[in-house]
Design a protein around this ligand. Structure first.
Ligand SMILES: NC(=O)c1ccc[n+]([C@@H]2O[C@H](COP(=O)([O-])OP(=O)(O)OC[C@H]3O[C@@H](n4cnc5c(N)ncnc54)[C@H](OP(=O)(O)O)[C@@H]3O)[C@@H](O)[C@H]2O)c1
Length: 333
């Protein structure tokens, strides 16, 4: 019998997640049966999507149920196995949840190679956020060399990779992020051509300065006023990639729609949403390209690792909404 501590959904939040949202529980897991694995979680991925999974609405995955262990993507070590495809000691990725240990039948569990990259990078550039950046930019954004690309939440997990892929593909890249330090990281460490500090600068005016001929691809992670500023500065034939809208995730009533959407007509532009999981059968292609770029130093993987395990889940998740993370936010157990 293995004892495990978990975070469960106690109550659906309205607006901001608060202390009543979660309960910290401990339980004994049963012994594994034939064809199962017991994994010990090493790293938990903190994702803005977690906020959406708490709402009882129709979405691309069902909401987390009241009383259920909170859903999360994890990197884990196999500690017991009766499954033919997994051996004790394997490092794996899977949706095991916010828990110390989990039992799985191996479905949707992948072995990861720590020789290629460390565990947290498999939740970051070589994991779901990296896949989102890759397919969002190249397939949905139809990036072309020479394009002017603008990325919001650019110092975050998806944004930092999207901007670097765009650079690797020969685009001019402008990042939008909160604060001077994040903007410094974008231009001095990640090779962005320019950065706009949306907390302290007028985004619309600065976009006109740094992208005087307009934007070809706007990779939107935030929605709201920043989306409007980008819409106001499109170039003919622009592609707006709706990756996310974190500025509205904690809103308790629906925010107003984009007021500049007629720019899509004027500039013959498109605005397309996507869900990364639709590209799951092509992850191998993206992982092999990104591993090559990582090894060659063309892109850097940034992870923001918080130590402290399960009891620190709630405060760590909140960092995504205050902007306290730079790069992929990961909880280490
Ligand atoms: N479509 C898909 O399949 C898919 C897959 C993965 C992620 N996503 C979306 O991609 C976006 C980025 O996710 P991520 O995992 O890479 O998170 P992240 O960017 O690492 O973290 C979230 C960042 O959002 C910024 N932010 C928070 N509140 C904001 C606000 N009100 N206005 C503007 N910026 C705000 C903060 O940075 P600042 O300090 O710069 O404000 C924060 O660091 C999210 O919208 C997420 O839902 C979509």
């Amino acid at each position: 019998m293995t004892k495990t501590q978990q975070v469960r959904l106690a109550k659906r939040p309205s607006g901001k997640i608060d202390a009543d949202t979660w309960s910290l529980t401990t339980e004994e897991l049963p012994a594994i049966t034939a064809g199962q694995i017991l994994v010990k979680i090493d790293y938990i991925s903190l994702d803005p999507a977690m906020r959406g999974w708490l709402n009882d609405v129709r979405s691309y995955v069902p909401p987390v149920g009241i009383g259920e262990v909170m859903r999360s993507l994890d990197i884990a070590t196999v500690v017991e196995s009766t499954h033919p495809d997994f051996a004790v000691g394997d490092t794996v990725s899977g949706t095991f949840g916010v828990t110390e240990y989990a039992i799985s039948d191996g479905r949707n569990v992948q072995r990861v190679d720590l020789g290629v990259a460390a565990g947290p990078t498999w939740l970051s550039t070589l994991g779901m956020p990296g896949m989102t950046a890759y397919f969002g930019l190249l397939e949905v954004g139809k990036l072309r060399a020479g394009d002017t690309v603008v990325v919001s939440a650019a110092a975050g997990a998806v944004g930092s990779v999207a901007g670097q892929i765009a650079k690797a593909k020969g685009a001019t890249v402008i990042g939008i992020a909160g604060g001077e330090e994040k903007c410094r990281v974008l231009t001095e460490e990640l090779g962005f051509d320019a950065a706009i500090d949306y907390r302290n600068e007028d985004v619309l005016r600065r976009l006109r300065e740094v992208a005087p001929d307009g934007i070809d691809v706007y990779f939107d992670n935030v929605g709201g006023d920043i989306l409007d500023a980008a819409l106001a500065n499109l170039r003919r034939g622009a592609r707006v990639v709706i990756c996310g809208a974190i500025s509205a995730y904690n809103a308790d009533k629906l925010p107003p729609g984009p007021s500049r959407y007629m720019s899509l007509l004027v500039f013959r532009a498109s605005m397309t949403g996507f869900v990364v999981f639709d590209y799951a059968d092509r992850y191998g292609e993206a992982i092999s390209q990104m591993s090559e770029w990582l090894a060659g130093g063309r892109i850097k993987s940034m992870e923001h690792i918080v130590e402290g395990g399960i009891p620190r889940f709630a405060e760590t998740l909140d960092m995504l909404f205050t902007g306290a993370n730079t790069g992929k936010l990961v909880l280490a157990l």
